[in-house]
Design a protein around this ligand. Structure first.
Ligand SMILES: Cc1cc2nc3c(=O)[nH]c(=O)nc-3n(C[C@H](O)[C@H](O)[C@H](O)COP(=O)(O)OP(=O)(O)OC[C@H]3O[C@@H](n4cnc5c(N)ncnc54)[C@H](O)[C@@H]3O)c2cc1C
Length: 430
């Protein structure tokens, strides 16, 4: 066989192998795609009614009267009076929007939470809305879903009323992204649990009355040995120190130490050993609460920057008249609307009782990245003014950087999405 004949025969057989592989890939991708993305039957929109408008107006009034006039002072002090603000929100029913009425909630569907969080972006910083969301959507969802009647009465009812401040304790010094790797232990002794360990980065920690704490309550596989526990924070053996932060200054943040802290074992939320699973469910409300405010928050930043660019002149014309500037606003607002559609789709799925893990992770990833892009590009158009603490844009730029880190970082969101897409490699055993 001559070289050319050999070449064309061997090329032909490689080609047919590759074609076979391509056909297999097509078949498998269609099969896997159908398996991973069961979202086509989900409603893609939320319907807002007059009742939502009423709720929005109530939130706006509280923000205008009881929050915004004091934000600069609170930012300076690195803390805000959560107890006072929560009481105002609690009196208006806003701390238990989706919670059952028998616990003091409003018993409404999740679209009202969307309206609530969207309005919170009218607050002139991100520290206060974050603190409120920790209380309503990060520390209390598992208690509301899985807690015993006794625990709900003791911790949920006063939290919804605004009489108690809550926090959520998952992260530790040596384990943030790797939730399964936490080391805090709660060891059974008679009818009690003895807690030893610590928690890091705890929002509301300096003011909170109780913590929804994740701890190891037995030996065994890390996804089956944990429990969520309601821990009152005035017990002997609990101490904390303040963490300094780059942004979200008005919200306090602390590191906790637990030294032989005794709590009743009945303070375990739901079933002992199910804490990791409950927390993964609780994270979905946390991630949604984190991202819902991004689209309205970005729109606010864009609008404020547009106004500045109309006023500010360079080379004899308003700087907005430069195509590079007004086109940038068009591109950013388009991205914001795309994010909003994704967020509303996830919220609609939540109302329909679907598993929102995939959509919530995608929304949080996209939201974290987009708010960085919007705040950075807008800050640029403020020139030197953008680099001063006097303008909202610089506070937003600092504060919103957090979204890509906390509550599951961008990389962890990617890992979850990969898992759903069937392309996350299995962890190699150590
Ligand atoms: C202001 C603030 C408020 C917070 N509030 C709370 C709170 O109230 N309660 C609470 O429990 N926690 C809270 N946190 C903690 C927050 O959730 C964690 O910081 C976050 O989960 C990341 O964990 P880490 O800081 O330990 O980073 P690490 O886990 O050490 O990660 C460091 C980097 O490595 C990346 N990384 C890790 N694993 C992988 C991987 N497999 N592949 C690729 N990249 C990876 C991460 O994405 C990140 O970029 C808060 C944090 C901050 C900063």
């Amino acid at each position: 066989m001559g070289f050319l004949t050999f070449f064309s025969v061997s090329q032909g057989s490689i080609r047919s192998k590759m074609l076979k592989l391509a056909r297999q890939c097509l078949h498998l991708s269609q099969k896997n795609f159908a398996k991973s993305f069961h979202t086509s039957n989900i409603r893609s929109a939320l319907v807002f009614t007059q009742e939502h408008d009423e709720l929005r107006k109530t939130v706006q009034k509280i923000i205008e009267k009881d929050i915004n006039p004091f934000v600069d002072e609170w930012e300076e002090a690195n803390i805000y009076p959560a107890r006072e603000v929560f009481k105002k929100l609690g009196n208006a029913g806003l701390l238990g929007i989706t919670r059952p009425t028998e616990y003091g909630g409003l018993g409404l569907d999740y679209s009202f939470t969307v309206a609530f969080i969207e309005e919170l972006t009218k607050i002139n910083c991100h520290g206060v809305p974050m603190s409120i969301a920790v209380h309503t959507d990060m520390a209390t969802p598992a208690l509301a879903k899985f807690g015993s009647e006794e625990l709900r009465q003791e911790f949920l009812v006063p939290s919804i009323a605004g009489d108690r401040v809550s926090c959520v304790g998952i992260s530790e010094v040596q384990a943030g992204s790797d939730v399964a790797g936490i080391a805090t232990k709660a060891v059974r002794q008679g009818d009690d649990l003895i807690i030893n360990g610590g928690k890091m980065w705890i929002t509301n920690g300096a003011q909170a009355d109780w913590m929804c704490l994740l701890a190891n309550t037995r030996e065994g596989p890390p996804h089956k040995n944990k429990s969520l526990i309601c821990v009152p924070l005035d017990l002997p053996g609990i101490s904390f120190q303040t963490n300094k932060k780059l942004g979200t200054c008005s919200s306090d943040n602390v590191q906790f130490f637990f030294d032989n802290v005794r709590v009743p074992a009945k303070n375990i939320i739901g079933e002992e050993g199910m804490g990791f699973v409950y927390q993964m469910i609780q994270f979905q409300e946390e991630r949604m609460a984190g991202v819902i405010g991004v689209a309205p928050g970005c729109t606010r930043i864009i609008q404020e920057t547009i106004e500045y660019c109309k006023e500010r002149k360079a080379f004899g014309q308003p700087i907005i008249d430069n195509q590079v500037i007004h086109y940038t606003f068009a591109e950013l607002q388009t991205e914001v609307e795309a994010l909003k559609s994704l967020v509303y789709r996830a919220a609609a799925a939540m109302i329909d009782g679907e598993d929102v893990t995939l959509l919530a992770s995608m929304a949080k990833l996209k939201g974290g990245r987009l708010v960085r892009e919007v705040s950075d590009k807008c800050l640029q158009f403020w020139g030197g003014m953008g680099y001063t603490p006097e303008v909202n844009i610089s506070r937003q730029w600092r504060d919103m950087r957090l979204l890509s880190i906390a509550g599951g970082s961008d990389e962890i969101m990617c890992a979850i999405i990969c898992k759903y897409m069937g392309i996350l490699p299995k962890l190699k055993s150590k």
